[in-house]
Design a protein around this ligand. Structure first.
Ligand code: NAD
Length: 489
């Protein structure tokens, strides 16, 4: 059954969620969203929150913050757990609302994405009474207490490629630590975010604690430059991330977390288990049609195993079924929209015409409706080529050959990105040496492009600032306050 827009358009909410109410947007501007499978219009009524809307949400947030930060930890924990249960209960509907404009298959992507959100709310709920701060003895006459204080209004500006997971990654730690949260979803996937308002009310969040403002970059910029927003937690492209940091600095020096792009290297040594290496590299490159920040889009394979690796990688790549995300055995959906389709196809054709590398297979758009691109493999790519250096954010991989460990470490690190890297080898000494040499926020040994909720996730270099998940995330949403108690009085 083809993914189609429901006749009953009731499911599509075209209002903002401010102070626990669905309200009409004061700004008259609207956005259109389309179904990437059928190319039909889903809605042309998505509101773009403007200055007055943003001001209203920020004011409601700051008013709510005073009480919310003082809530009993156990009560806050219950709320987050209830919200996680509601997300889980409504996962099919939320998944559908995301899929309608994203196009990624539910089983191969959507289900895991929602589970990430659910688990983040549960995980950070568990931290609420365990991030108390520190104390130091009165050896100098002062008893010292260091409290982890919430910041205030946190704006979560998120991308389209993992919209619900991003809500969990940002809202859960922000709310757990006593901040209030304003969600600004991507203009390409606004439907699921708008539906969250109903669950926020049902969970019992007080007004102003968790709000949703749809909009485009202009809404994001209003939040990033707002004088009464204390922090922006941003996920998106490097270019926009830099703009957000500038806006934050030019306004009130608000805190920023930036989760940005990547061009993650996978390094396959001659002694690697070929089946395991190809399985990881292909599966994580094709999920969500390569529109994943930490996809292994730059592969280096050692000369002795190179031909066999290429053959198996190519076979597995081709075996991925592309088509309707409603089919259970579909692995690859379309890319999100026409702009993304045109950008990727143009990068591929330019790479071919400029001989940036050799296109081994795929790389063509399919005929008929839908923004489908056959997954592409480029080999022998030049190291100064765009296709080799830049994030494509689509089903396009570059695979190059290497000879020595020293050479491949240098090549892997010669990138402005540092989000994820992976090394595949049976030699544990080499695996540990290379993992330590990678300049990257996360490293996989005999695996790649996977994360764990208890451990920090984020990038070095231009892949970002700050970390999500694990206790590291809590530090990004709090500021230590030192209290000195003079015991002489
Ligand atoms: P984007 O930068 O175009 O947009 C991201 C968000 O920023 C959207 O909500 C958008 O409306 C908003 N925005 C746009 N202009 C803005 C401005 N001037 N001020 C404030 N906000 C603004 O990114 P995208 O196309 O939605 O997402 C794809 C990018 O996200 C890729 O580069 C990908 O690697 C990255 N990403 C990173 C991670 C990570 O965890 N590191 C995860 C997912 C995606």
């Amino acid at each position: 059954m083809l993914l189609t827009v429901p006749q009953d358009k009731q499911k599509i909410i075209t209002q903002l969620f401010i102070n626990n109410e669905y309200v009409n947007c004061q700004n008259p501007q609207k956005i259109s969203v389309y179904n990437p499978i059928t190319e039909e219009l889903v809605s042309d009524q998505i509101p773009v929150a403007g200055e007055h809307d943003v001001d209203a949400a920020v004011a409601a947030g700051n008013a709510a913050f005073v009480k919310w930060r003082a809530w009993r930890g156990t009560a806050r924990r219950q709320l987050l757990l209830k919200f996680a249960d509601l997300l889980e209960r409504d996962q099919e509907e939320l998944g559908f609302l995301t899929r309608l404009t994203l196009g990624a298959p539910y089983l191969a992507f959507g289900q895991g994405e929602i589970q990430t959100a659910v688990e983040n709310f549960r995980y950070f709920a568990g931290w609420i009474d365990k991030f108390a701060g520190e104390s130091f003895p009165q050896d100098d006459g002062f008893y010292k207490v260091v409290r982890n204080e919430p910041l205030g209004v946190v704006a979560g500006i998120i991308p389209w490629n993992g919209p619900l997971a991003s809500v969990g990654l940002k809202a859960a730690p922000a709310l757990a630590t006593g901040n209030v949260f304003i969600l600004k979803p991507s203009e390409k996937t606004p439907l699921m975010a708008a539906a969250l308002g109903k669950l926020i009310i049902e969970a019992g969040f007080p007004p102003g604690v968790f709000q949703v403002l749809s909009g485009d970059g202009s809404t994001g910029a209003l939040l990033a430059s707002h004088m009464n927003v204390a922090k922006v937690s941003f996920t998106g492209s490097v270019q926009t991330g830099k703009t957000v940091q500038i806006l934050a600095a030019q306004s009130n020096l608000k805190r920023v977390t930036l989760e940005l792009g990547g061009k993650s290297p996978a390094v396959i040594f001659d002694d690697a288990n070929l089946e395991n290496a190809t399985e990881w590299c292909v599966n994580t490159m094709t999920v969500n049609s390569g529109q994943i920040c930490f996809a292994p889009s730059r592969v280096y394979c050692q000369a002795g195993i190179y031909d066999r690796f290429l053959e198996l990688y190519g076979k597995k790549f081709t075996a991925k079924k592309m088509g309707d995300p409603e089919d259970k055995d579909t692995s690859l959906g379309p890319v999100i929209d026409k702009a993304q389709y045109d950008r990727i196809v143009s990068m591929i054709t330019t790479a071919e015409s400029e001989k940036q590398g050799t296109l081994l297979q795929g790389g063509r758009g399919t005929t008929g409706k839908g923004f489908f691109i056959q997954p592409a493999i480029f080999v022998d790519t030049k190291e100064n080529a765009t296709i080799y250096k830049d994030e494509i954010f689509g089903p396009v991989v570059v695979i190059n050959r290497f000879e020595t460990e020293e050479e491949v470490v240098a090549k892997s690190n010669n990138s402005k990105y540092g989000l994820m890297a992976g090394v595949f080898t049976q030699d544990i000494n080499r695996a540990l040496r290379v993992s330590s040499a990678f300049d990257s926020g996360v490293v996989g040994i005999n695996c790649i492009s996977t994360i764990n909720i208890s451990c920090p996730f984020g990038g070095t270099k231009e892949s970002g600032i700050g970390r999500e998940q694990g206790s590291a995330a809590l530090r990004c949403y709090t500021e230590p306050k030192t209290v000195l108690i003079n015991l002489a009085y």
